[in-house]
Design a protein around this ligand. Structure first.
Ligand code: AMP
Ligand code: MG
Length: 419
């Protein structure tokens, strides 16, 4: 039977061009962690809100200290104090200073802060009523954080498209932007298809296996920043698959199945989607993961992943994860790719791109070495669980010698990482 394989790039493009942004929602900024803002966040106060001391010390008139030196020290009278949170409103005349702590409002009458370490207490305990001596001049503005240092009132502190990081949560908190607007997390319905499957909580009978893929895929959906929705296990029964997939398509923003996607006697999902919606491709020139279907059911994207665990996970990584990211407004859709030396020679038979599960390591001499797991059987999960990269063996290549340069997709690093 002639095969109609499309390249991974064309498959991704076919999916991505059909992805639309989810509707926007307003959420507490903590829930926006890792998501890009859909609308800019502004501050309702200047940041910083007032002139504050950057040091523990004395707030002074810089003019009083002009010409101060060890030979010609200047002594000032301490007339008050200001801790963080205090507002000192009293007069501060020429020749006077107040004791001030980091974060305290700097009284308007003063224009510089001199840190404790370079001030001598000539009499008293350093508080009101004491006299303090300075042996160097101060410049206007010394050790004062100006109001609006970071942003004036009403300014954008985090723009549309910028991702909410932990530090951004701090910035939004300072700005009083406690609610922010983001694109909703796509709800991703996940099914496992196969009459041999039982729940992980059960001990499989003869001929059965535990459903491993949905546990992987639900976690991968969450890792991608979307909302996983487990839709259950389905036997290889066209009518049951039809009803369940249509229901999920109506309730979710994206539907992912694994298993039953190839051309075996009991593989129904591709024909169900073709009958109920539209299928854009059902074979991808990758290994593992040849039998992968992409279609639309009404307005809901559908990806039918191959059943072998490594194929399902690889297909999710290459085809579904970028799609979910695009739906949330993320623009970095590609994992970083690093070049490395292949540790062991590789032969390949089929004209497809191979993605070998493996690890990239830096040798003591600085060389980056890509070591494929010794067993690339796509039924194995452990090699994938321990992999930090997918080593790309190009479609055209049939033999690659040890030491050949290969591209490694860093599945352990966020999209947009600079290597
Ligand atoms: P299929 O794509 O349905 O032909 O399945 C290919 C292989 O993957 C078969 O050995 C299935 O038993 C296995 N498989 C399918 N679905 C799962 C699953 N959810 N968890 C673990 N293995 C699966
Ligand atoms: Mg099957």
């Amino acid at each position: 039977m002639a095969e109609n394989l499309i390249s991974v790039e064309d498959a991704r493009a076919a999916i991505l061009e059909r992805m639309t942004l989810t509707p926007t929602e307003s959420v507490p900024f903590a829930e926006a962690l890792g998501r890009p803002l859909a609308e800019a966040a502004v501050t309702d106060i200047p940041l910083a809100p007032f002139a504050s001391s950057a040091m523990d010390g004395y707030a002074v008139h810089a003019a009083d200290l002009a010409g101060a030196s060890p030979e010609h020290p200047v002594t000032l009278n301490v007339v008050g104090h200001a801790a963080a949170g205090d507002v000192f409103d009293g007069p501060i005349e020429a020749g006077q200073a107040i004791r001030i702590m980091t974060g305290a409002l700097v009284p308007e009458a003063t224009d510089a802060v001199v840190k404790f370490e370079i001030v001598d207490v000539a009499s008293g305990d350093g508080n009101e009523g004491s006299r303090v001596t300075f042996t160097s001049p101060a410049a206007v503005g010394d050790n004062i954080r100006e109001p609006g240092l970071e942003a004036p009132e009403g300014a954008i502190v985090l723009d549309a498209g910028e991702i909410v990081t932990s530090a951004a949560c701090g910035l939004l908190a300072s700005a009083g932007a406690t609610e922010v607007t983001v694109h909703a997390k796509p709800r991703v319905g996940v099914f496992s298809l196969g009459s041999e499957l039982v729940s992980p909580t059960e001990r499989p009978a003869r001929g059965q296996i535990r459903d491993a893929n949905s546990s992987d895929l639900l976690a991968a959906v969450a890792e991608a920043g979307a909302e996983p929705v487990f839709c259950g296990l389905l036997p290889d029964d066209a009518d049951l698959i039809r009803a369940a997939v249509l229901k999920a398509a109506a309730e979710c923003d994206f539907v992912v199945t694994s298993g039953g996607a190839s051309a075996g006697d009991y593989d129904y999902v591709t024909s169900v989607v073709a009958e109920e919606g539209e299928v854009f491709f059902d074979r991808v020139a990758m290994r593992p993961g040849k039998s992968q279907t992409f279609g639309m059911l009404g307005g809901t994207p559908f990806v039918g992943l191959a059943g072998n665990p490594a194929a399902a996970a690889g297909g999710f990584e290459m085809l579904v994860r970028p799609a979910l990211r695009k739906m949330m407004g993320l623009t970095e859709l590609d994992r970083p790719v690093q070049r490395a030396r292949l540790a062991t020679a590789q032969k390949k038979k089929q004209p497809r791109r191979y993605y070998l599960r493996g690890r990239i390591d830096r040798l003591p001499d600085g060389t980056l070495m890509a070591t494929p797991a010794s067993n690339q059987n796509s039924a194995l999960f452990g090699t994938l669980a321990r992999a930090n990269c997918l080593i790309v063996i190009p479609t055209e290549a049939s033999v690659l010698q040890a030491g050949a340069e290969v591209a490694c997709v860093r599945i352990d690093l966020p999209e947009g990482s600079v290597l």
